[in-house]
Every structure is written in structure tokens, then in C-alpha cells.
Design a protein around this ligand. Structure first.
Ligand code: COA
Length: 267
């Protein structure tokens, strides 16, 4: 089945591994990659959620679930080993596992801050580090899922701002270190994407949604398909000269700065 502007079989024969792949944006990416012909392994913490997601993916192609917490290096390395044994060398690595909740810095415990830093930054590092030996060289690509908080300071989001800024710097550093091996490393920065856990947590209710829609230059929330299309492009040969880029897909959200966005969200 054709997907947007992309031809059938765009990623035929490729192998992908996606952390946080049981739901939301990352599951949307997994679906697009499977439909484009890639063999996809998704990773998550919750085995039940993982199995349900894999079942849905298998209706479209080859998919496998490998449970592990991205904060636990050895478990993650084992999950990558299992995926390699089933699907071969890795062409596409998506580091999507993330944590978020709105909380003021003065009311957040040290452990709460640490949890998000560990899932986002350490988790992304662990995934890239453990996947390194399995990545096809040359030709592999890494997509780290970031957020506008990486460069827009936002109240109630000190942990996420610090974490996603770290993720983007990992992207840029690894792009330099691994470029010579023919591995591309990019970040995708999704804006407000409907029907996701992030939006349910940050903009619950019709009021904040309405204010957000009024503020967004494109006047609509993004869809998982919007992000999946970007992931398909970055994974494909069409993006073979793109590395170290922080690719924003946010309907213009970041043009407004954090003040207007926070007002829209009532934060
Ligand atoms: N406000 C303030 N503190 C919170 C919180 C909230 N809404 N939710 C969790 N915390 C704190 C906990 O109290 C705990 O701190 P403590 O030990 O000092 O009490 C700490 O965060 C860790 O909580 P725990 O539930 O043990 O964490 P976890 O590591 O299993 O979960 C989270 C990680 C907290 C980030 C969790 O929200 C999560 O996994 N979310 C995933 C889904 C998600 O957010 N997706 C959207 C990404 S954009």
C-alpha cells in the first residue's frame, strides 16, 4: 500500500528497532516502517501493551516485540541481540522511549527529575551504545525523538527541557563520531500530536486544546502520520546527505516561543 508520497517497498529488506514502540508516535512510526517493507522490532516495558502492538503490526508485515527498560543496559542489549538474531543487521534505529508529566521544579522530587533524565537521555545513549555493534555500516540511520522543550524553555517542564536538550546534543555528537562509518544520526522534533500520551498529559480537556489550536500557525494538531512520513523520509536513501539535523515537525509551534504556548496550555 502506498504511504503518502512514498513508493511501495521503500524499505524492503531493511531492519528496524524502535524503543517505546508500543504506543503513540513511536507505534505510528513502526506501522509506517512495516508498511514500507521493513522488518520491525519494537521495545517497551509493558509486555501486554507490547504484545497487543506487535499483533497489530503483524497484520501489515514482519514485526517482533522485545521487552526491556531502556534504563537497564544489559536488558536492552539482550533485546537488541534478539532482534538481530531474528531480523539481521540493523538499518534503522528509533530512540523513542520518553517520560513526561507537568510539575513545577520546586515541587518535583530529585527522583522524579532523575526518572525523566534516565529514560530520555540515558535511555537514548544506552540504545545507541548497545545497538552500535548491530548497526549496518555503512548505511544505517538513527532517529532520536526529541521535543520543542529541547530549545524552548517551558515552566512545569524543567526535567523534559533538560532531557530533550541532552538528546539533541547526543544526536549531533553521534552524527560527528559515526558519520565516518556511514551512519546518519538525526532528531525528529514533534509538536503537539493528537491522540498521544504526551498531549493527554500536557493539554487535557477541550479548553486547552481549543486555545492550542488558536495559537498554532497551521491551525491544527499534528497526526502520527505526519511524524511517520518524516521518519520514512529520514530512513530512506532520499535523506542520504542529512545527518546531525534536528528536524522540526510541529505546525509552526516553535515559531511562537514558549510564552505563547504556555498561555495556550494554561501553564
Ligand atoms: N508529578 C510529580 N512527580 C511525579 C509525577 C507527577 N505527575 N509522576 C511521577 N512522579 C515522580 C514519582 O513520585 C517518583 O518520585 P518519588 O520516588 O520521589 O516519589 C518519580 O517520579 C518516579 O516515578 P515512578 O512512577 O516510579 O517512575 P517510573 O520511572 O516508572 O515512570 C515516569 C516514569 C514518571 C516518567 C512516568 O510518567 C512514565 O513512564 N511515563 C511514560 C509515558 C509518557 O510520559 N509518555 C509521554 C512522553 S512525551
Amino acid at each position: 500500500m502506498a504511504q503518502g508520497v512514498f513508493r511501495d517497498g521503500l524499505l524492503a529488506g531493511k531492519s528496524a528497532f524502535i524503543t517505546g514502540g508500543s504506543s503513540g508516535i513511536n507505534l505510528g512510526i513502526a506501522e509506517a516502517l512495516v508498511k514500507a517493507g521493513a522488518k520491525v522490532a519494537i521495545n517497551g516495558r509493558n509486555v501486554e501493551k507490547l504484545e497487543a502492538a506487535v499483533k497489530g503490526l503483524q497484520a501489515h508485515g514482519t514485526a517482533l516485540g522485545v521487552a526491556a527498560d531502556v534504563r537497564q543496559y544489559d536488558a536492552l542489549a539482550q533485546a537488541l541481540q534478539t532482534a538481530r538474531a531474528a531480523h539481521g543487521e540493523l538499518d534503522i534505529l528509533v530512540c523513542g522511549a520518553a517520560g513526561n508529566f507537568p510539575a513545577p521544579a520546586a515541587g518535583m522530587s530529585s527522583n522524579a527529575f532523575k526518572s525523566v533524565l534516565e529514560i530520555d537521555v540515558l535511555g537514548t545513549f544506552n540504545t545507541c551504545r548497545a545497538a552500535f555493534e548491530h548497526l549496518r555500516k555503512p548505511g544505517a540511520c538513527v532517529l532520536n525523538i526529541s521535543a520543542p522543550q529541547a530549545y524552548l524553555p517551558m515552566a512545569m517542564q524543567a526535567h523534559v527541557c533538560a532531557a530533550k536538550a541532552g538528546v539533541d546534543m547526543l544526536t549531533r555528537t553521534l552524527a560527528i563520531e559515526w558519520g565516518g562509518l556511514g551512519i546518519r544520526v538525526n532528531s525528529i522534533t514533534p509538536g503537539p500530536i493528537e491522540d498521544t500520551e504526551g498531549m493527554r498529559r500536557l493539554a487535557p480537556g477541550d479548553d486547552s486544546r481549543g486555545k492550542l489550536l488558536e495559537a498554532l500557525p497551521l491551525g491544527r494538531l499534528g497526526t502520527k502520520q505526519d511524524i511517520a512520513q518524516l521518519a520514512l523520509f529520514l530512513s530512506s536513501d532520499a535523506a542520504s546527505y542529512i545527518t546531525g539535523s534536528l528536524m522540526v515537525c510541529d505546525g509552526g509551534q516553535s515559531l511562537l516561543g514558549s510564552g505563547l504556548m504556555l498561555k495556550a496550555l494554561g501553564l
